[in-house]
Design a protein around this ligand. Structure first.
Ligand SMILES: [Ca+2]
Ligand SMILES: [Ca+2]
Ligand SMILES: [Ca+2]
Ligand SMILES: [Ca+2]
Length: 417
C-alpha cells in the first residue's frame, strides 16, 4: 500500500488529473513478443480488459482492478506472460470530517468494496454507469467517439477542438480524419478506459460499518501504450477525487493510497519494498519462482504524478505575504506538472509541486497486529505509515516492509546504494 497525503479535499475538484497510480513496470527476461501488440479487449459495460503486450488486467466499473472475471476463459487476476501476478488492486482514502475520522476504499482481497458505479446520487444500475473504452485505431468520429457523449454527460474529459465548451465530435471539414479544431474523446495513449463511481454503499453493507457514505465521487481513467520496451508493459491509472459536498463542504488531512494484493506467480516467495526517490512500491521474487521459472518478473507501482500543491516556503516564496501563491509577484521555487497525453500535452504549475509518496505499508491478511484493517481507524494507521493496525510504533519509519520475524526492520539503518 502506497500513500500520498493531501491536505484538503474541497467541495470541488482538488485533484484534477491528480494521481497516476498504478504504473506497472516490468523488468523481466520473459519474452516480450518483440513488437507492438494491442489486443482488442473484451468489454461488456460493467467491466473491460486492459490487454497490451504481455499485460492483461481486467477492470470493473466500481474501482476493482484485476479481481474481475471478464468471462474470457482466463478468469480473474492480472496476468503477465499469461501467469497471474496481481490478485487484486484498488485504493484507500481516509480523512477528517471536522474532528471525525473516516476511511473507505476498494481492495477486494481485504473484502473492502465501498464504491458503486456512477456519479453521487445516480442509480448505480443506469446503463450509462459503465466503462467507456476508446482506442487509437477507432474510426475518428465513429461509434466510440459518439458514445463518449454519454461519458461526458457523467463527467468524462474531452478535447474541445472548436472551443465551445460542449463535446460535439463532428468532422467539421469533412476530410474523414480528426483535425485540431475538432472535438475528440480524452484518449490518452493507445487505449483508454474511463468510468465514474462513488462511495454510496451503505455503512451496514461495508467492512467499515462505522463509516457512512461521504459524498465522494471518483473519476477513473486507465490507459496504456502499445509500444516496444518497458512502457508497453505499464498500465496507468488516473484517479480524480471529488467531494460532491453532500455530506461536508470540506474534508481535511486526507490521505490516498494505492493498494494491491500481488501474487507474483507463486505468492509464497514474494518480497516487497519501496523506493522513496521514485515514489514507488514494488514486489519481487526471492529468487526463481515455481510458476514463472528462473527469470521471474518484478512488479513496480509508482506514484507517477501526485496531487498538485502550493506550499509556502517550499514550492514558492511568498513575496507579498498574503499566504498564497501570487502569479507574477511571488517567487516560484518548484514546478508541478499535469500530464494530459499527446493531444492535451503537459501543463506546468509554477510555484507548486506534485506530492510524493509519503508512506509504504505491508500487511498480511490474518496477522494479529498487521492483518486486514477491520475498522477505518486501523486503516488510518496503515495509511499514515510506520504503524501496525492498532497504532503501535513498531516501525521506526514510514517506509515499512518485512515479513514474520523481520517485521519492523529499521529502514534507517539500511546503507545507501
Ligand atoms: Ca466542442
Ligand atoms: Ca476533420
Ligand atoms: Ca512468487
Ligand atoms: Ca502571495
Amino acid at each position: 500500500m502506497k500513500t500520498t497525503k493531501m491536505k484538503l479535499l474541497t467541495k470541488l475538484i482538488l485533484l484534477s488529473f491528480a494521481v497516476s497510480l498504478v504504473t506497472l513496470g516490468w523488468k523481466s527476461d520473459v519474452q516480450t513478443g518483440g513488437g507492438k501488440r494491442l489486443y482488442k479487449p473484451n468489454e461488456v459495460g460493467e467491466f473491460t480488459v486492459f490487454n497490451i503486450n504481455n499485460v492483461r488486467i481486467p477492470l470493473d466499473n466500481k474501482g476493482v482492478i484485476a479481481d474481475v472475471d471478464p468471462g474470457d476463459g482466463i478468469g480473474a487476476g492480472g496476468t503477465f506472460a499469461n501467469i497471474v501476478f496481481l490478485f487484486s488492486g484498488g485504493f484507500y482514502l481516509s480523512g477528517q470530517d471536522g474532528s471525525t475520522l473516516w476511511g473507505n476504499g476498494v481492495l477486494s482481497a481485504s473484502r473492502i468494496e465501498d464504491y458503486q458505479p456512477g456519479p453521487v446520487g445516480s442509480n448505480q444500475n443506469d446503463s450509462k454507469n459503465k466503462v467507456y473504452v476508446v482506442r487509437v485505431q477507432d474510426r475518428a468520429f465513429g461509434d466510440s467517439w459518439q458514445e463518449w457523449k454519454d461519458a461526458v454527460s457523467i463527467g468524462a474529459d474531452f478535447y474541445d477542438g472548436d472551443g465551445d465548451g460542449v463535446y460535439n465530435p463532428t468532422d467539421l471539414n469533412g476530410n474523414g480524419s480528426w483535425d485540431a479544431n475538432e472535438d475528440r474523446p480524452d484518449l490518452i495513449g493507445d487505449w483508454t478506459a474511463w468510468c465514474v463511481y462513488n462511495d454510496g454503499i451503505p455503512a451496514a453493507l461495508k467492512r467499515f460499518t462505522a463509516v457512512p457514505p461521504k459524498g465522494i465521487e471518483i473519476h477513473q481513467t486507465v490507459f496504456g501504450f502499445a509500444s516496444k520496451g518497458v512502457v508497453g508493459n505499464m498500465m496507468f491509472v488516473r484517479y480524480r477525487l471529488i467531494n460532491k459536498g453532500t455530506k461536508a463542504d470540506k474534508f481535511t488531512n486526507v490521505y490516498f493510497s494505492a493498494a494491491v494484493d500481488p501474487d507474483l506467480g507463486d505468492p509464497n516467495d514474494d518480497l516487497v519494498g519501496c523506493d522513496t526517490t521514485l515514489s514507488a512500491g514494488y514486489v519481487y521474487n526471492d529468487a526463481d519462482d515455481p510458476t514463472y521459472g528462473s527469470a521471474p518478473p518484478a512488479f513496480l507501482m509508482d506514484f507517477f504524478q501526485g496531487p498538485i500543491v502550493y506550499k509556502n516556503g517550499y514550492s514558492f516564496t511568498d513575496v507579498d505575504g498574503d499566504g498564497v501563491y501570487t502569479e507574477g509577484v511571488d517567487t516560484p521555487l518548484k514546478t508541478a506538472y499535469n500530464v494530459g497525453g499527446r493531444v492535451k500535452g503537459i501543463k506546468e504549475f509554477k510555484g507548486a509541486y506534485n506530492l510524493p509518496l509519503t508512506s509504504f505499508t505491508q500487511y498480511m491478511q490474518s496477522h494479529p497486529t498487521h492483518g486486514d484493517p477491520n475498522t477505518h481507524l486501523e486503516l488510518r494507521n496503515y495509511m499514515i505509515g510506520g504503524h501496525g493496525k492498532n497504532g503501535d510504533s513498531l516501525y521506526v519509519s514510514k517506509w515499512t516492509f518485512g515479513n514474520g520475524a523481520t517485521l519492523g526492520a529499521d529502514t534507517s539503518k539500511i546503507p545507501a546504494h
